[in-house]
Write a protein that binds this ligand. Sequence first.
Ligand SMILES: [Zn+2]
Length: 212
Amino acid sequence: MEPNSVQPSPAASSPKLIRQIIQYPHPTLRHRSKPLRRVDGELRQMIAEMLELMYARDGVGLAANQVDLPYRIFVMNPTGDPAQKDQEFILINPEILSRRGGVEEKEEGCLSLPGIYAPVRRSTKIVLIAYNLQGQQVQYELEGLAARAAQHEIDHLDGVLFIDRLSETALAAVREKLLELEQEFRTNRRLGLVPDDRQIAARWASLEGLRT
Ligand SMILES: [Zn+2]
């Protein structure tokens, strides 16, 4: 750079609303998300940040609890490819209307349970109802990976993790890794990196008061 050149100012942007993806056994992952009452600019920013984090971590879906927000929203792109915008789903207050087809067992992982993979039984086809960013009601019939990912994310919104759906054998196989994550969480708490349960619950109440 030339000594007298003008330093370009950084592009104007709002401060980040979302810091990180929380990991098992953080209590927000066990909290049942509350439906949202409205869509506004701040919610759009939260969703944009969720998509950014999901792609950065090579995920195909991310629920609001996973970024420590007690809201009923998830984002998903079964291709995991940010260039394929037409495969991107933003689902506000989603509910499963019906489950169709059969049940299939396939391996799942989760950004909140790093390094853990195990087979989970899910419906092969679901009909989902939700609101989009324009506040309009939308309905999707999903199958394959999209159906699986959506069921995984809706579980998150209900405080359910994929490890809750494992067979005894599959659970036993990941038990050691779960204990490691639990140990890491306790260490982070001791270091003051994770607030205590009362502070977490107070934050849920305040965030829910604003939007649900
Ligand atoms: Zn997950």
